[in-house]
Ligand binder design. Structure first.
Ligand code: C2E
Ligand code: MG
Ligand code: MG
Length: 726
């Protein structure tokens, strides 16, 4: 359930992060750009509308002025005229005036024509071809009187005036001019001139013409003054509003908007599409970047070779689990496994073979663990497993057993067969403060105990292991100092010929005098030296010292114990050679005692080492035969020079007939292979005849001598001191 929810959540988080980091800013940007663009386009259209409004208003004004100007021109043409002076003053020529101006009203050149004298009295008036006989104020109000009054009142000055007037809800353009002679041929018969007035109704036809001339669609005179919209308000001579001209607004901005509407839509669509594409590809990139980040993270937590989790991953997983369940928890166990004999495969068959083995082991472990936990490779040939089930402790033991079982079968790879094993440490969740490193450390200690307890087994962590471990570390530190200060020593235990009981060889045994501190025997500190990487130094020290001191004891064979780790080192034969050279000891006087564990993992390599040592005439004896492993196979496969029978074989020969039988069988077998035998640990005289009968060639034991310092050996060999022999 939780595994299904986790990737969902991760995806949701990814989407949220994308939304916040990329999508939302992109949308804001797009919306911002879109709004600004729309605003600009709208502003342009609105500006176009208002500019056009201004232009048409000016055009309308110009149209009105043109009408007035035309009327003033008509007034000028008719009033500044000699004939007009001749006929329109006393005596007034009515028929002429009618023919000249009255007919004009009928023809529609203008609608009304007046002649008023200097006092403002109407002396002639026609409207639309009909005599009217009305004072001008009755027709256009006092405004017209005031307009006419503006004209000059003398005989010589000519001028025209004009204005708009409303009459019967209709608009008129009115002009006036004094009737004056145009030449000197006529003179004005009175002091102040009469004035000629024309009024032209601005009717629909006229407005249509104006509209055409001034490009003003639907131009009309609206009597109700509307100040809003596209209008030009009109005033009469007195400044009174008399109505307004209105026309249909062209609103070019709106036209453009209509025209460009599709383009704008396409543009917005394109922006959206581009944004969409950008967002899409950004999402893809984002996803990819996230995936590769995730990959990098995962591979940093994965062991490349086996594909298992690595140390970092298992620690983080363990930490997470422990943090989620503070305090003691059941359902959690750790397995720490170390392959036995892996290094050997790696050294002899190469890294590729080693890698193959690791992969095979990883695969097997993973199959065994299944969904009960997580398997990780935490070091070269070390694996850690978190077992997480309700019955984790039992499951962990079962898994450990299956792992041991798996590796108990020799593994076949690339035409080779490797016999591996696995040492396993187990730790169950425990009370008290626990962190991941500590749990792993405890599992590791338990693994170490399993390994030193003979390998290929599992051990469950117990608190006392910790103290053993701590003590071992302390001993290792002290031993390191002892090597530096040269405080190690070598003692020698004589080995006697079975028949003559004369000393034939001496076994060198390392000693560590520790002043007042507890004496620690080599059976304790040699394994510690092996584990802490000190065995090379210890071994070299003993070998050098023994070879050097052996020079004082001619004819004596000198036996030196060699640790498996020392012996497995491919440089070991060369080291022996150089020590022999330095000490001047002949190779034939040196015998190296090796145990079966030196050869068990790689017989071929052991055989090669023995060959090289034989080339130097150095002999090799198999030590502690009869204890632990003991395989005739090894005896046959390798060219040993001697077999040392372990004390455990001798110990019971006096009391157990079966032990005696076993001893005899072993000696017979060695003899069959042409190998002389040395019996170790002889403490009682009674053992001697039995061993002689069994065919044993040499004896070694406290009965003859305990291991003693070199000086004591010298004394014995010089005959000054007797061997303690029965
Ligand atoms: P080992 O090689 O089997 O040596 C014989 C051990 O048996 C010696 O113990 C010796 O003191 C002891 N021993 C001899 N005769 C008797 C006897 O009659 N009764 C009893 N109970 N013990 C007897 P030691 O010196 O304590 O050495 C123990 C083991 O430590 C050795 O067993 C050997 O495996 C290892 N060792 C000692 N010195 C060295 C060394 O220089 N290098 C290496 N690699 N291992 C060493
Ligand atoms: Mg020995
Ligand atoms: Mg021994």
């Amino acid at each position: 359930m939780s595994t299904a929810a986790a990737p969902m959540n991760a995806r949701n988080r990814l989407i949220l992060e994308f939304g916040l980091k990329i999508f939302a800013p992109a949308c804001f940007a797009a919306a911002g750009i879109g709004l600004v663009m729309l605003y600009i386009v709208n502003a342009i259209f609105a500006e176009a509308n208002s500019l056009d409004k201004e232009y048409t208003r000016r055009a309308a004004g110009a149209a009105v002025q043109a009408v007035q100007q035309r009327m003033e021109n008509v007034a000028r043409d008719n009033a500044l005229w000699d004939d007009a002076v001749r006929n329109s003053y006393e005596p007034f020529n009515e028929p002429w005036a009618y023919e000249t101006w009255g007919v004009g009203t009928e023809l529609g050149l203008y609608n009304i024509a007046f002649i008023v004298n200097a006092e403002g009295k109407t002396i002639f008036s026609y409207e639309n071809g009909k005599k009217m006989d009305k004072p001008i104020a009755a027709v256009f109000g006092n405004g017209l009187i005031r307009l006419v009054a503006r004209l000059p009142q003398d005989k010589t000055t000519f001028a025209t005036v004009s204005a708009l007037f409303k009459r019967n809800k209709e608009l008129y353009a009115v002009s006036a001019a004094p009737i004056l002679p145009s030449s000197d041929a006529v003179s004005l018969p009175q002091e102040r001139p009469n004035n000629l007035i024309f009024a032209k109704r601005i009717d629909g036809d006229m407005l249509a013409t104006l509209a055409q001339q001034h490009v003003l669609d639907g131009l009309s005179f609206d009597r109700e003054d509307k100040l809003s919209g596209d209008t030009l308000s009109l005033t009469d001579y007195d400044g009174e509003t008399i109505g307004a001209l209105t026309w249909t607004s062209r609103r070019p901005g709106d036209i453009a908007r209509l025209k460009y509407d599709d383009i704008i839509k396409i543009m917005i669509g394109t922006i959206l599409a581009v944004m969409g594409t950008l967002v899409y590809f950004s999402w893809r990139n984002f996803e990819e970047a996230n995936a590769s980040k995730q990959n990098a993270l995962e591979s940093s937590l994965r062991d490349e070779l086996t594909g298992l989790a690595n140390r970092r991953k298992i620690i983080s997983k363990l930490t997470e689990t422990l943090e989620r369940h503070p305090g003691p928890i059941g359902g959690l166990s750790i397995i720490y496994a170390d392959l036995d004999g892996f290094k050997n495969v790696n050294d002899t068959h190469g890294h590729e073979a080693g890698d193959e083995l690791l992969r095979a082991a990883a695969k097997g472990f993973r199959r065994i663990v299944g969904d009960r936990g997580m398997v990780a490779r935490v070091g070269g040939d070390e694996f850690a497993i978190i077992v997480q089930t309700p019955d984790a402790a039992a499951a962990a033991r079962e898994i450990a057993a299956a792992m041991i079982e798996l590796l108990s079968v020799p593994m076949t790879f690339a035409n080779h067969v490797a016999s591996l094993g696995v040492s396993i440490g187990l730790v169950d969740s425990f009370d008290g403060p626990a962190d991941a490193e500590e749990m792993l450390r405890r599992a590791d200690i338990a693994m170490y105990v399993a390994k030193s307890g003979g390998r290929h087994r599992a051990c469950v962590f117990a608190p006392q292991m910790d103290s053993t471990r701590d003590e071992a570390r302390l001993i290792a530190d002290e031993l390191r100092d002892a090597l530096v200060t040269g405080s190690l020593d070598v003692v020698y235990q004589p080995i006697v010929d079975a028949a003559s009981l004369e000393i034939v060889s001496l076994e060198a045994l390392v000693r560590w005098p520790r002043g007042h501190a507890r004496i620690i025997g080599p059976d304790v500190f040699i394994p510690i030296a092996e584990e802490h990487g000190l065995i090379g130094d210890v071994g070299r020290f003993v070998l050098e010292k023994a070879c050097r001191e052996a020079a004082d004891w001619p004819d004596m064979q000198i036996c030196v114990n060699i640790s498996p780790l020392q012996f497995k080192n491919t440089g070991f034969p060369a080291e022996v050679e150089s020590i022999l050279e330095q000490s001047g000891l002949d190779g034939s006087r040196l015998e190296l005692e090796v145990t079966e564990s030196s050869i068990i993992e790689n017989t071929e390599r052991a055989a090669a080492a023995i060959r090289k040592l034989h080339d130097m005439k150095v002999r090799i004896s198999l030590d502690d035969f009869g204890s632990g492993f003991s395989s005739i196979g090894h005896l046959r496969a390798l060219r040993f020079d001697r077999v040392k029978l372990d004390r455990s074989l001798i110990k019971e020969v006096l009391t157990s007939p079966q032990a005696l039988l076993l001893l005899r069988a072993t000696i017979t077998m060695a003899e069959a292979l042409g190998l002389p035998t040395t019996a170790e640990g002889i403490e009682r005289e009674e053992e001697i005849p039995l061993l002689r009968l069994a065919g044993c060639h040499q004896f070694q034991g406290y009965l003859f001598s305990k291991p003693v310092p070199a000086a004591a050996i010298t004394e014995v060999l010089l005959g000054r001191q007797e061997l303690k022999v029965a």
